[in-house]
Design a binder for this molecule. Structure first.
Ligand code: NAP
Length: 396
């Protein structure tokens, strides 16, 4: 009989097909087809390099198996198989030792990384991977508007895509992929780049089959420059939707705390619009900490001024305004310890963090300090909030 093996797998329901793990793996053990991203058990040496770079935690899946799942099996999955019973006399001691070693490796890999989360229990069921690499859908550009001011050092665009007669059932918090035309240095078609949708489920304009994106032009960025240069009437190849956990609870009473930087505000805009359409002029129970270099660089700065305070409490912080001290979202959070402490103790409070990878650590430290002030161990609280679908991080 074979010695049991701990096999590294990727959750196809949660994976957003950003291919970051594949680009990171030093052994080329991760590969994809039109449908899924999978791990070759014969090549994976558990180096864990792919764990911290995954924005969703879908990479962090393991099954103890007697015979490794083949690539073909993994390519055919729409969801992960359950853990199978492994016979008790089948190398228990080996497995215990392996578990211990893996726990240590994983803990190291998770330093500063998002970790796995669950969808809120009341969230609507998302559609995943309706359009894939082999079968993208064509959308038509309805509009492309610059969001940051002309003289600002960043260029962020708001792009509206119309899906015409094709279904595109996105939920707020999900992402779609855009395939830039042309080929890469090896002559292969470009892989899609993932962007969070910034419009709510019923359309950028209510009742229209359209979706908006919030995209920053990156120097040398193939897809971001392609998207920011799109003109009305252009057609675009789209994959998705992707993402199954960073979703809104469907309970209008749920309180929402959103913490974001730059274009990480995209899903927060979608959440806010969804809430506004759901509750009208009633209390929205939403709070947002939003960091940008300056007001000119903050996406949706103008429209945000029109959002009523009882729908969304906003704290906009800036890091590069002349004559002002540098301020990050976590600095402002620390000025609101009593309010956030109260929020953390509310079982109906949901936290969403999106934006720069670096913010995760600082925001985590702020929460830790605030939790300490109410005599709560942050790590335990965060882990139980994650388990309950109430703590969500998506950072790149
Ligand atoms: P940016 O303009 O470079 O930065 C936004 C603000 O964050 C600036 O004020 C910046 O301050 C500040 N900041 C820098 N390091 C920080 C830290 N450690 N903690 C807290 N704040 C910090 O932002 P951006 O280029 O728009 O970047 C947004 C990021 O979000 C991108 O990496 C993008 O890929 C990601 N994103 C993720 C998703 C997603 O996960 N679904 C969606 C959209 C965007 P400084 O003055 O120090 O630079």
């Amino acid at each position: 009989m074979n010695t049991p093996l701990k096999q590294h797998l990727i959750d196809p329901e949660v994976c957003i097909r950003c291919y970051t793990c594949e680009m990171t793996c030093p052994l080329q053990a991760i590969e994809h087809d039109d449908n899924n991203v999978v791990v070759n058990a014969e090549l994976c040496n558990y180096c864990m390099d792919c764990i911290p770079v995954c924005p969703t935690g879908s990479i962090d899946e393991w099954r103890v198996v007697n015979n490794a799942y083949s690539l073909e099996e993994q390519y055919s999955w729409e969801e992960l198989p359950e853990q199978q019973e492994i016979a008790a006399d089948n190398g228990d001691a080996d497995l215990d030792a392996l578990d211990e070693a893996m726990a240590k490796l994983l803990a190291d890999a998770h330093q500063g990384a998002g970790g796995k989360s669950k969808a809120p229990a009341s969230a609507a069921k998302p559609t995943i991977n309706l359009y894939n690499l082999g079968k993208p859908v064509e959308a038509v550009v309805q509009g492309n508007f610059r969001l940051t001011e002309d003289g600002a050092d960043t260029h962020v665009s708001h792009i509206i895509l119309d899906f015409q007669g094709h279904p595109m059932p996105v939920l707020e918090g999900q992402s779609i992929g855009i395939i830039a035309p042309g080929t890469d240095g090896d002559g292969n078609p470009h892989l899609p780049r993932l962007y969070s949708v910034s419009s709510p489920r019923d359309g950028e304009r209510s009742g229209y089959n359209n979706v908006s994106l919030t995209v920053k032009r990156e120097e040398h960025g193939i897809c971001s420059n392609y998207v920011c240069d799109l003109k009305k009437g252009d057609t675009v190849s789209v994959t998705g939707p992707f993402g199954a956990t960073f979703l809104l609870p469907d309970d209008p009473e749920a309180r929402i705390m959103m913490i974001c930087t730059g274009t990480g505000s995209a899903p927060m805009r979608a959440f806010t619009m969804r809430r506004q359409r759901a509750v009208g002029s009633e209390n929205g129970g939403m709070t947002m900490y939003f960091g940008a270099r300056s007001p000119e660089n903050l996406p949706y700065h103008g429209p945000l001024k029109k959002v009523p305070e009882n729908l969304l409490k906003q704290y906009l912080v800036f890091s590069r305004v002349e004559g002002m001290p540098k301020e990050y979202v976590q600095d402002r959070m620390l000025m609101h310890q009593a309010e956030i402490g109260e929020f953390l103790q509310d079982p109906n409070g949901y936290v969403y963090i999106c934006g720069l990878r670096g913010m995760e650590e600082g925001v985590g430290e702020a929460f830790e300090k605030i939790a300490k002030g109410i005599n709560v161990d942050w790590t335990n609280l965060r882990d139980s909030m994650r388990e309950e679908g109430r703590y969500h991080v998506e950072t790149y």
